[in-house]
Design a protein around this ligand. Structure first.
Ligand SMILES: O=C(O)C(=O)Cc1ccccc1
Length: 328
């Protein structure tokens, strides 16, 4: 996950481990999203937990690019409620520089403009890194979590400073698409994430009930699948046909988003999340249909299925914070 200690990614990773009954997990911290993502791809970690979208600021572009460019499989997702605080060593009158992850600064844009119009805003690799730095210099403040305040001995000057009270970030749990022994699995101590990602099948198709490798889960689990598709540029009705492949089979989309292909202006990849599992006959059929509609320009990337995984369920209240999740 992104580090150092006290990041929202750390909270997400710990909650996900807890919810999935993973015991004896060793947590490793990386400087930013890219390093944390590549840790799983390159076998420095069994799995990585990476922010992908936020309810105020939208998608995390670097994560979408990394999903396209690397051999990663999505095996899970978790949604975390984000309550940013303004943290500093000294009082508010001393603040000249405010630090945070770009997502943190963007989620508090109006607050910062209104209350600190003169402050210099500086981005860091994570909110926790911002807090660690703010612990060293009195003229610096950080937008970060209450855990980060505690960890780096900072005062919470203000709580809930994001522009909207309701603020949620969705994190993806990924592993390498290759079966590579990670630092941890060498010697047999690791977690078998290969079989974990295959364990989710949508309701009505397969009842999963499994234990082993530290994972124990029973019952019907609603699944989601994520994919990236590239369509030929400027073909009338191409996107309409793609969406039709889902609509005519009654498959519910949970997200659709375009991302520049970076080849030329107006050329896009489409990222789509939908309900169902690649093992379902209906989904298999839809994917065959989509494959026949996808672009030919860059064959290897015409259709990339990123994985099927249990859809996040917030048991009970809409609020997902550490307190409620830790008792689940
Ligand atoms: O920097 C962090 O703490 C992260 O985990 C990324 C992030 C930043 C701001 C809101 C949610 C996640």
């Amino acid at each position: 996950m992104m580090g150092p200690e006290g990041s929202y990614s750390e909270r997400a990773a710990k909650l996900w481990a807890l919810k999935n009954g993973l015991r004896d997990v060793e947590f490793r911290y990386f400087a930013d999203i890219e390093d944390a993502f590549l840790a799983a791809v390159k076998g420095k970690a069994d799995i990585s937990v990476i922010p992908v979208e936020n309810s105020i600021e939208g998608s995390v572009g670097v994560t979408l690019d990394l999903l396209l460019e690397n051999g990663a499989v999505i095996i899970g997702e978790i949604v975390v409620k984000i309550e940013h605080c303004l943290l500093s060593k000294g009082g508010p009158e001393k603040i000249r520089v405010i630090l945070s992850h770009p997502q943190g600064l963007a989620q508090c844009r109006h607050f910062l403009k209104k209350h600190f119009p003169e402050a210099e805003l500086r981005s860091t690799g994570s909110t926790s890194h911002a807090a660690r730095l703010a612990g060293e210099f009195e003229e610096m403040a950080a937008i970060a979590s209450p855990e980060a305040a505690e960890r780096y001995g900072l005062k919470i000057l203000l709580s809930n400073v994001q522009d909207r009270k309701e603020n949620y970030t969705r994190f993806l749990v990924i592993r390498s698409e290759k079966k590579i022994p990670s630092d941890r699995t060498q010697g047999g101590a690791g977690v078998d994430m290969e079989s974990y990602s295959d364990s989710c099948m949508s309701s009505g198709h397969r009842l999963h009930s499994e234990s082993g490798a530290g994972i124990e889960r029973t019952g019907l689990s609603a699944c989601k699948t994520s994919l990236i598709v590239y369509l030929e540029k400027d073909r009338p009705g191409a996107l309409y046909e793609l969406l039709g492949a889902f609509a005519k089979r009654g498959i519910n989309l949970t997200k659709i988003e375009s991302r520049p292909s970076k080849k030329e202006l107006g050329d896009y990849y489409f990222y789509i999340d939908f309900e169902g599992h690649t093992g379902d006959a209906l989904i298999k059929d839809a994917l065959e249909d989509i494959k026949s509609k996808a672009g030919t320009k860059s064959k290897s990337n015409a259709l990339k299925v990123l994985g099927s995984y249990p859809a996040f369920k917030n048991s009970g209240s809409a609020s997902v914070n550490t307190e409620t999740q830790e008792t689940q």
